[in-house]
Design a protein around this ligand. Structure first.
Ligand SMILES: [Zn+2]
Ligand SMILES: [Zn+2]
Length: 339
């Protein structure tokens, strides 16, 4: 079968790999859609220990093609999405729905197990979630990034009526925006430098989008709610953005960090002390959050489809990885397989 794989640092390629078959507890999906994620771009750019011919892609949905022994409750042809890792299901982390931190976890698409930039993908029977008929496969492949946003909003313990700043209008910032609105934020101001993403953030429910070099997002929140921002979500992850989040949040506010800064960075603890703020760092999601996202898509409580700016065939993955080095107005690029 055809797949898009990491070849070497800064180079993706289309390769032929054997079609997977499920072992006990495993399921093989015929992939419908798989989103391109910032962490894929990052892993390709920096190598990060990936072996040549690593098939990437961890934001996917498809139909069940083959079911391994011991997997109950699913049938061939059903449309599903899946958590992109296989964990033991028994340890303390797994029992608290934190399979990501299971010591035995193997992730899909970033080197441990093959990912879904491929016609077929093997995943864990325990990781599957059924998609309602009214949730199309493109939306199904958004469940993963949306669940990251939901995990951040949950960690913020956002209360209805609060004023929120989201820093960064990439896919994770937009997912966070969607969930902050759905969970009752009175105002969500998105701060973003790229003008092309403004319209997208507005379509997804932002109260305003400001360029932080020209306008302080905290002031815009004050104009909208009469108060300082209660919550700031840092969804950029480069040097100095965490300190900017700390400056932006109000007294007793909460900063939640979803951006992944790969370098040492500085903050001013005194500002944190004087404002008595909380800072939370998050990664991933729980299965319960995946399920809540699927349900919210089905009930139209959220509609993130404007987030998808491009739909491409798998053959175009290598060139798109190049193009996404300067994303411009692009947000989620969706790989689509014939189905
Ligand atoms: Zn991702
Ligand atoms: Zn475990």
């Amino acid at each position: 079968m055809k797949a898009a794989a990491f070849k070497q640092q800064n180079q993706m390629a289309i390769i032929e790999v054997p079609q997977p078959h499920p072992g006990p507890g495993e399921v093989v999906l015929k992939v419908h859609n798989c989103g391109i994620c910032g962490s894929d771009l990052h892993a390709c750019q920096y190598g990060m220990g990936l072996a040549p011919d690593t098939v990437m892609g961890h934001e996917f949905c498809g139909e069940i093609f083959e079911i391994g022994s011991g997997v109950k409750g699913f049938g061939v042809g059903e449309r599903v999405t899946a958590l992109p890792f296989i964990s033991c299901g028994e340890c303390e982390a797994c029992r608290r729905d934190d399979g990501m931190h299971c010591a035995a976890t193997r992730g899909l698409g970033l080197g441990q197990l093959p990912g879904a930039y491929a016609e077929y993908v093997m995943c864990g029977g325990q990781s599957l979630l059924k998609l309602p008929d009214n949730v199309d496969s493109r939306a199904g492949a958004l469940v993963e990034p949306l669940s990251v946003g939901l995990h951040g909003v949950n960690r913020a313990q956002l209360r209805p009526g609060e004023g929120v700043v989201v820093m960064g209008a990439g896919p994770i910032g937009l997912s966070t925006l969607v969930w902050a609105k759905a969970k009752g934020a009175a105002a969500v101001v998105v701060s973003e430098l790229a003008p092309g993403r403004t319209e997208l953030a507005m379509k997804l429910g932002a109260s305003a989008v400001v360029n932080p070099t020209k306008e302080n997002p905290a002031e815009r929140i004050r104009a909208l709610t009469g108060r300082e921002p209660e919550v700031v979500f840092e969804c950029i992850g480069v040097k100095s953005t965490l300190d900017a989040a700390i400056s932006t949040v109000g007294l007793h506010g909460r900063v939640v960090v979803l951006g992944v800064c790969m370098e040492p960075d500085q903050i001013r603890p005194l500002t944190c002390v004087l404002k008595e703020i909380g800072i939370e760092f998050i990664v991933g999601y729980t299965r319960a959050e995946f399920q809540e996202t699927v349900d919210a898509l089905g009930s139209r409580r959220i509609d993130p489809r404007p987030m998808i700016t491009d739909i491409i065939s798998v053959d175009r993955v290598p060139e798109m990885f190049e193009a996404l080095k300067s994303p411009g107005a692009r947000a989620k690029v969706m790989v689509e397989f014939p189905h």
